[in-house]
Design a protein around this ligand. Structure first.
Ligand code: LIP
Length: 287
């Protein structure tokens, strides 16, 4: 029975595992060769695979009855997220950052029950930032700093104009999705458009979502990432008072493997912000 599962124990187990794989990540950054996946900007390294093997072995040994879904062992059309308790893992989120030694890659270790993210552990070993969240138990940075860290000014409302927004170019650099993204970026930035305060691309979905959970980004919009990119961040953001809605208009309750997301911090005006953001999207993302 899923109600018998000790989520806090799973958080602690995944935290120790994150610290362990963090050493593997920092000791190999910038040193390892890389291969292309979908194209010349969709990259993977042997360290990604080694970290995933370690996480898979440890989780299987400790929780043999639970399923595992990982980026590097995923088989399109075969690997599926089910209702079973499942570890949903991105061994290194921000692989391009890892290859370039840009210190915004992390390991993202999530856990779902009935496809709902209920435990999240994200660890950036370069900056020693550990984000954790457990359903019903809050979200924290480095175990003690409750999220969000930044509280918006009293009386302020979340609007596109006063927002700092996480965006990513992703790996598709032509076609409809690239067109929708780039035209939407322009619309959100333009003085006659959203005139947003600014945009940040951390190069990692998990790091972007963690920044929204911390209140340091107001939102993050991306299409094309997968359940393993967002699962851990999903519960961390929810426990920090934010939420993830669909990255195309009208999807208020997306599935974790929906692949098109808009993450928004908590606070006054978030519904209007979401609807205004959706109105700014120039077309429809399709993944
Ligand atoms: C990355 C995502 C990021 C996306 C990148 C890449 P990876 O995951 O976290 O949001 O823009 O294209 O997919 O491949 O580094 O694990």
């Amino acid at each position: 029975m899923s109600s018998d599962i000790n989520l806090l124990e799973i958080r602690d187990f995944l935290t120790e595992l994150a610290y362990e794989v963090g050493k593997l990540i920092t000791s190999n950054t910038g040193k390892t060769t890389f291969d292309d996946k979908a194209n010349a900007v969709d990259l993977v390294t042997e360290t990604d695979a080694a970290v995933e093997r370690l996480v898979a072995d440890r989780t299987k040994a400790r929780y043999p009855e639970f399923d595992f879904l990982g980026e590097e062992s995923y088989v399109p059309g075969v690997s599926k997220l089910t209702d079973k308790p499942t570890f949903v893992v991105d061994p290194i989120d921000g692989t391009t950052n890892f290859i370039h030694s840009f210190p915004f890659s992390c390991t993202s270790l999530g856990f779902t029950i009935n496809r709902e993210p209920v435990v999240g552990v994200i660890y950036n070993p370069f900056l020693d930032w550990l984000y954790t969240g457990v359903k019903g138990h809050g979200a924290y940075l480095n175990k003690t700093q409750k999220l969000p860290l930044r509280k918006p000014p009293v009386g302020s409302k979340l609007t596109i104009q006063n927002a700092l927004i996480g965006i990513e170019w992703g790996t598709q650099r032509s076609g409809n999705n690239y067109q929708v993204k780039t035209e939407t970026f322009k619309k959100l930035a333009a003085e006659q458009g959203g005139f947003a305060h600014g945009f940040r691309s951390l190069g990692s979905a998990a790091m972007n979502i963690s920044a929204v959970a911390a209140g340091q980004l107001d939102a993050y919009w991306e299409g094309g990432c997968y359940a393993w990119d967002v699962c851990a961040g999903w519960v961390i953001l929810s426990e920090a008072g934010g939420r993830i809605v669909g990255g195309n208009p009208g999807q208020w309750e997306p599935a974790v493997d929906e692949r098109i997301y808009l993450a928004v911090r908590g606070g006054d005006g978030s519904d209007e912000f979401i609807e205004g953001f959706w109105d700014s999207i120039e077309g429809k993302l399709d993944y």
